[in-house]
Design a protein around this ligand. Structure first.
Ligand code: NAI
Ligand code: MG
Length: 493
C-alpha cells in the first residue's frame, strides 16, 4: 500500500481473489482521524459488482479451490502465523487503530493483543473439531461429519475494528469456510494492513476477501447475494433487523451481535472502591462505544447519594486527550455522525433527568469529536436515555429499592447482551445472576472478555454466540452419515 511521508494519506483498494482491485465505479471514500478531523486515507468504495467478484472468488475457492483439501491442522498453522505476525507488528497496528478510531493508544494496544489472541485460539481449536458416532441398531453405523458452512459474509462495526475482524475471520477460517468481510467504512485501515499479508501467510486466492464500502450499498449487496451461505453481523439492532429480512429471501444462516442497554447493579455492602471504579469503567471505557457498555447504573437507595457523589468526583479525573498520548483515558468519538447522535442524546437527557457531570463538548478542544463523560441521575427506566443505546460516554444512574426491584428494572429492556452485579453477599449475587436475562453476566467486575468464553445476547441483542467453541460451531454444518451393514434386501415391495 502506498503512503508518502509528506501527506501521510494512505490509499487502499479492495482485496479480492488475492489481488488488489479498484472499485468498479472508480470511486474512493475518505477515512479520518477523529481527533483532528483530518483525512488520513482514501479507500476504494466497493460496488455491488465488486461484492459479486468477491463472492464469486470465495465461492470458487470453497467449491473447487485447494482450500477444501487443506487439513484442519494446516489451517491452524496459517492462523497461528497470522497471530504471530500481528504480534510482531503490534506497535504499528496499535498506532493505526488509535489514529483511525480515536481510542486511547493504551486501549488500542490491548485490542491488537486481543486480536492476535483470537487468531491463536482458533489456530489451536481448528483440529479439535470432532463428530459423533450415533447409537443406531447393530446392523448399521451412523456418524456425523462436521463441515464448513461455505462462504461467510461478515459485516463489522468501527468500535473494535481489528478485534471484530478477528472474531469473524478466525473461527470461519478454522472451520474451513471462505470469507468476504466488509469492514466499517469509518475504520478499515488495520484490517487492510492485515489483509495485505494474506499471500505471504499462505492463504490461497479467494479464501479471504475484503470489500470496503458503505452499509446500504456494499453491506446490503453482500447480505442479498445468493452465493453467500451465512452472514455474521455486529452492529446496530436496526440494521440487524434489515439483515434478517433480506437474508430470508435466500434463507442464509444469520448470526447477530447487536447493541445493548446493559445494567450494572450496585448493592449496599459492595466493595466500595472497586464498585465506584467499576461503574465508571463499565460505561466509559472506549468512550462508551461498547456494545456491552454498563450504561444503566442501578444503585440501591441506601447508598445512592453517596455512590453518585463518589462516581461524579472520580469521573472529574478522567483525562480526555489526544488518542496517541499515553495518559489519555478518553479520546474523541469515531465520527461526526456518532458525535451528533450522542450529542442529541445528551440534550435529550437534560430534559429527561438531572446532570451530575458533563453534558456537552469539552471546552479545551477546538477540533475532534470529543464529548464529555456525562452522568445523568434520578433517571427513570422508562426514559429514552434508559431504553435506547447511546454508544457514547453517557450513563443513566437509576435508584432501586431491594433485590426484586433491581431485577425488575434490569430486565425491563428490549436488549439482553450483558449485565453486572456488585455485592459481597454470595447468595444474593447468584440469585441475581440466575434472574438476569442477558448473555453475559459479570460478578464484581464489568467488561473483561476472554476468547475462551462465549459472547452474545438474549432478546433483541441478537442470536448466535461468538468466541470459544461456540463461535466455531456457528461456521459448521452437521452431516449425518448412515451406513447399512446388512446385505439383505429391504424387501418392502
Ligand atoms: P450500523 O449498524 O449502521 O453499522 C455497522 C456495520 O453495518 C457497518 O459495517 C455498516 O457499514 C454496516 N451496515 C449498515 N447498514 C447496513 C445495511 N443496510 N446492510 C448491511 N450492512 C450495513 O451502525 P452505525 O450506524 O455505525 O452506528 C449506529 C448505532 O449502532 C450506534 O450508535 C450504536 O448504538 C449501534 N452500534 C452497535 C455496535 C455493537 O457493537 N453492537 C457497533 C456499532 C454500532
Ligand atoms: Mg448506520
Amino acid at each position: 500500500m502506498s503512503s508518502t511521508a509528506k501527506t501521510i494519506i494512505r490509499t487502499y483498494d479492495n482485496y479480492i481473489n488475492g489481488q488488489w482491485v479498484k472499485s468498479s465505479s472508480g470511486e474512493m471514500f475518505p477515512v479520518y482521524d477523529p481527533s483532528t478531523e483530518e483525512m488520513i486515507a482514501q479507500v476504494s468504495s466497493g460496488t455491488a459488482a465488486d461484492v459479486h467478484s468477491a463472492v464469486k472468488a470465495a465461492r470458487a475457492a470453497f467449491d473447487s479451490g485447494p482450500w477444501r483439501q487443506t487439513t484442519a491442522a494446516d489451517r491452524g498453522r496459517i492462523l497461528y502465523k497470522l497471530a504471530e505476525k500481528i504480534r510482531a507488528n503490534a506497535a504499528q497496528l496499535a498506532e493505526l487503530e488509535c489514529r483511525n478510531s480515536g481510542k486511547p493508544i493504551v486501549e488500542a494496544e490491548y485490542d491488537i493483543a486481543d486480536a492476535a489472541t483470537c487468531f491463536e485460539y482458533y489456530a489451536g481449536l481448528a483440529n479439535k473439531v470432532l463428530g459423533h458416532v450415533n447409537p443406531v441398531p447393530a446392523n448399521a453405523l451412523s456418524f456425523t461429519l462436521r463441515e464448513p458452512v461455505g462462504v461467510a459474509g461478515q459485516i463489522i462495526p468501527w468500535n473494535y475494528p481489528l478485534v471484530m475482524a478477528s472474531w469473524k475471520l478466525a473461527p470461519a477460517i478454522a472451520a474451513g469456510c471462505t470469507c468476504v468481510l466488509k469492514p466499517a467504512e469509518q475504520t478499515p485501515l488495520t484490517v487492510m494492513e492485515v489483509a495485505s499479508w494474506s499471500e505471504e501467510l499462505g492463504f490461497p486466492p479467494g479464501v479471504v476477501n475484503i470489500v470496503n464500502g458503505f452499509g446500504e450499498t456494499t453491506g446490503a449487496a453482500l447480505v442479498a447475494h445468493p452465493g453467500v451461505d451465512k452472514i455474521a453481523f455486529t452492529g446496530s439492532a436496526a440494521v440487524g433487523k434489515m439483515i434478517v429480512k433480506s437474508a430470508a429471501d435466500t434463507l442464509k444462516r444469520v448470526t447477530l451481535e447487536l447493541g445493548g442497554k446493559s445494567p450494572n447493579i450496585f448493592f449496599d455492602g459492595a466493595d466500595w472502591e472497586a464498585a465506584v471504579d467499576g461503574a465508571l469503567f463499565g460505561v466509559f471505557i472506549n468512550q462508551g462505544e461498547v456494545c456491552s457498555a454498563g450504561s444503566r447504573i442501578l444503585v440501591e437507595k441506601k447508598i445512592y447519594s453517596k455512590f453518585l457523589e463518589a462516581m461524579t468526583e472520580k469521573a472529574k479525573r478522567i483525562k480526555l486527550g489526544a488518542p496517541l498520548e499515553r495518559e489519555t483515558k478518553m479520546g474523541p468519538l469515531v465520527s461526526k455522525e456518532q458525535y451528533d447522535r450522542v450529542s442529541s442524546y445528551v440534550e435529550l437527557g437534560k430534559k429527561e433527568a438531572k446532570v451530575a457531570i458533563g453534558g456537552g463538548r469539552p471546552k479545551q478542544f477546538s477540533k475532534g469529536f470529543y464529548v464529555e463523560p456525562t452522568i445523568f441521575y434520578d433517571v427513570d427506566n422508562s426514559a429514552r436515555i434508559s431504553r435506547e443505546e447511546i454508544f457514547g460516554p453517557v450513563a443513566s444512574v437509576i435508584p432501586f429499592e431491594g433485590e426484586p426491584d433491581a431485577i425488575r428494572i434490569a430486565n425491563d429492556t428490549p436488549y439482553g447482551l450483558a449485565a453486572a452485579v456488585w455485592t459481597r453477599d454470595i447468595y444474593k449475587a447468584f440469585r441475581v445472576v440466575k434472574s438476569l436475562r442477558a448473555g453475559i453476566v459479570w460478578v464484581n467486575h464489568m467488561q473483561p472478555t476472554y476468547v475462551e468464553a462465549p459472547w452474545g445476547g438474549y432478546k433483541q441483542s441478537g442470536f448466535g454466540r461468538e468466541l470459544g467453541p461456540w463461535g466455531l460451531e456457528e461456521y459448521l454444518e452437521t452431516k449425518q452419515v448412515f451406513v447399512n451393514l446388512d446385505e439383505t434386501p429391504i424387501g418392502w415391495y
